[in-house]
Design a protein around this ligand. Structure first.
Ligand SMILES: CC(C)(COP(=O)(O)OP(=O)(O)OC[C@H]1O[C@@H](n2cnc3c(N)ncnc32)[C@H](O)[C@@H]1O)[C@@H](O)C(=O)NCCC(=O)NCCS
Ligand SMILES: Nc1ncnc2c1ncn2[C@@H]1O[C@H](COP(=O)(O)OP(=O)(O)OP(=O)(O)O)[C@@H](O)[C@H]1O
Length: 264
C-alpha cells in the first residue's frame, strides 16, 4: 500500500515541478527523407511526446504494456525496434554482419548473444560505438515513421520508450520524460538475473553503460515506482496518463518543431 501512495504522490509532485525544467540540446533526429505532405491528423501542436526511460530491468516494457493494452496509448519501444532490425531480412542485418563476422544465425537474423560478446564489456567500447553508429540512425528513422503515423491517426499523446534517452541526449526530442524505477538496485538485479541467458557479468556490463538510476530520477519530469506490485504501478501509470490527457495539449511543442525543421 505504501508503495502505491508513494508512486502516485511522486507523479503529482513531478507534474507540478515540470514547467521550468531546462532541456539538454544534444540530439537532433535526422529528418525523414520521405516526409509526408498529407494534411489531416492531430491539430497542429497538440501531439504530446512523452519519453519513457529507465535502466535495465526497471520496468519499461511492463509499463509499456500497461500503456498500450490498458490505456490505448501508442508506444514505440526502441529495444523492440532494434530486435526487429536484427531479425531475418531486417535493415541492420547486413551492416552489422559486415562489422562483426559470425553473428548471423542460420535463419538469417543477428544472434544477439553472439553480438553481445563483441560489444559488451569495458574492452569493447569502440566496437559498441561502431554498432551504435549503424543502429541508432535506423531507430531514428523508425521513430519518425511512428510519429508520422500517430500524427495522421490524430493521436494527442504518444510514448517513446528510449532506454538511452539521457545517455544519448534524446531529452530534446520529447516534451516530457517519465523514468521508471524500482528504487532499489537489488530488486533490479534480481529481476534481470531471473531472465533466461542473463549472467551477472552481462548485467554489470550493461549497467556500466547506463546513467545511474538516481541521476535519471533526479532529471525526470515524472517518476513511476516499479518497486511495488504491478497493480500499484498500473494505478500510477493511469494517474499519469489522466493528468497528461487533461493538460498535455498545452505542453506539446516538440513535434511541431520537428515538423517545421523538416520542412526547412
Ligand atoms: C548488446 C545487444 C546485442 C544485447 O542484446 P540482448 O538481447 O541481450 O539485450 P537487449 O537488447 O534486450 O537489451 C538489454 C538491456 O541493455 C540495454 N542496452 C542495449 N544496448 C545498449 C547500449 N548500447 N548501451 C546501454 N544499454 C544498452 C537495453 O536498453 C536493455 O535495457 C543489443 O542490446 C544491442 O545490439 N545493442 C546495441 C543497440 C542499442 O544501442 N540499443 C539500445 C536501444 S536503441
Ligand atoms: N510493479 C512493477 N512494475 C513493473 N514491473 C514489475 C513490477 N513488479 C514486477 N515487475 C517485473 O519486473 C520486470 C521488469 O522487466 P521489464 O522487461 O519491464 O524491464 P525493462 O526496463 O523493459 O528492461 P530492459 O531495459 O532490459 O528492456 C518484469 O518481469 C515485470 O513483470
Amino acid at each position: 500500500m505504501r508503495c502505491a501512495a508513494e508512486a502516485v504522490a511522486r507523479v503529482s509532485r513531478f507534474t507540478r515541478a515540470v514547467q521550468a525544467r531546462p532541456r539538454t540540446r544534444a540530439h537532433r533526429l535526422t529528418p525523414r527523407a520521405e516526409a509526408s505532405t498529407e494534411t489531416g491528423g492531430s491539430p497542429e501542436g497538440t501531439m504530446l511526446l512523452l519519453g519513457l526511460t529507465g535502466s535495465i530491468g526497471m520496468g519499461k516494457s511492463a509499463v509499456s504494456s500497461m500503456l498500450t493494452e490498458k490505456l490505448r496509448v501508442p508506444v514505440l519501444d526502441s529495444d523492440a525496434v532494434v530486435h526487429e532490425l536484427y531479425s531475418p531480412g531486417g535493415d541492420a542485418v547486413e551492416p552489422v554482419a559486415a562489422l562483426f563476422p559470425g553473428v548471423v544465425d542460420p535463419d538469417g537474423g543477428i544472434s544477439r548473444p553472439e553480438l553481445g560478446k563483441f560489444v559488451l564489456g569495458p574492452d569493447n567500447e569502440a566496437a559498441m560505438a561502431a554498432l551504435e553508429a549503424v543502429v541508432h540512425p535506423l531507430v531514428d528513422a523508425a521513430r519518425w515513421k511512428f510519429l508520422d503515423d500517430a500524427d495522421k491517426a490524430g493521436e494527442t499523446l504518444v510514448v517513446l520508450d528510449i532506454p538511452l534517452l539521457y545517455e544519448k541526449g534524446y531529452e530534446n526530442t520529447v516534451d516530457l520524460v517519465v523514468v521508471v524505477s524500482a528504487g532499489s538496485t537489488e530488486t533490479q538485479r534480481n529481476r534481470v538475473l531471473a531472465r533466461p541467458g542473463m549472467t551477472p557479468e552481462k548485467f554489470e556490463a550493461i549497467v556500466a553503460r547506463q546513467v545511474p538510476d538516481e541521476e535519471k530520477r533526479s532529471r525526470a519530469d515524472f517518476v513511476i515506482d516499479t518497486g511495488c506490485s504491478l497493480a500499484e504501478t498500473e494505478r500510477a501509470v493511469g494517474a499519469l496518463v489522466a493528468e497528461l490527457r487533461s493538460t498535455g495539449a498545452g505542453r506539446a511543442a516538440v513535434w511541431s518543431r520537428m515538423k517545421a525543421e523538416r520542412r526547412g
